[in-house]
Design a protein around this ligand. Structure first.
Ligand SMILES: [Zn+2]
Length: 194
């Protein structure tokens, strides 16, 4: 995928000394790369959503009709919050090495602070924070670049808007409502029984 300034400028840190708030940096061979401040803000947005989904009461989770882009233009029933929590963990597990995943697990999934992580993993403070920055940068990029559907932008992930040649095409919210009314007898059968 190509990173564009229109996307990165909203995510970049104004005071960033690397990109000066533009969010892009010129890499080797003239290749345009997202700045680390952009990748970090993508990771932090995804992590905040993970914490929100993982901590809210289970009964609040709702079933939603998802729009699946593609030739068939089909839809399916899904539990977005649970799916997101699982995707967040699985994608991270796949992208990090063993050491990074240990830090990711203790710090980002279980919420342990740096002191606890350092004691548990027998590392010093500098090693811990270097690893944390590395994790934030690499996962920020993975969450955005993941094909066919990234975890970021979050509204695309949760609301099912799709990218087209003309930009974002949001799913009409009425679809879910009409469908749930039309199929009312089916809804109780879909409720979580456990
Ligand atoms: Zn920057």
């Amino acid at each position: 995928m190509e990173w564009s300034r229109s996307e990165t400028v909203a995510l970049a840190r104004n005071s960033c000394t690397q990109c000066h708030g533009l969010g892009l940096r010129l890499g080797r061979g003239g290749k345009v790369n997202p700045c680390n401040c952009v990748l970090r803000s993508i990771f932090r947005a995804c992590h905040a959503r993970f914490r929100y989904c993982a901590t809210k009461e289970k009964y609040m989770s709702r079933i939603s009709l998802e729009f699946i882009p593609g030739r068939e233009r089909s839809s399916s029933w899904g539990r977005k919050d649970e799916e997101y929590v699982a995707d967040f963990i699985l994608v991270s597990r796949r992208s990090l090495d063993e050491f990074e995943y240990q830090i990711f697990k203790y710090h980002f999934l279980l919420g342990a602070d740096w002191k606890l992580c350092c004691r548990r993993l027998r590392i010093d403070r500098g090693t811990f924070f270097h690893a944390v920055y590395r994790i934030e940068h690499s996962l920020g990029r993975v969450f955005r670049e993941l094909e066919p559907y990234g975890l970021f932008p979050l509204d695309e992930y949760f609301n099912g808007s799709v990218r087209s040649g003309l930009g974002l095409v949001p799913k009409p919210p009425a679809v879910a409502m009409i469908a749930s009314r039309a199929t009312r007898p089916v809804v109780p059968a879909l409720r979580k029984t456990a």
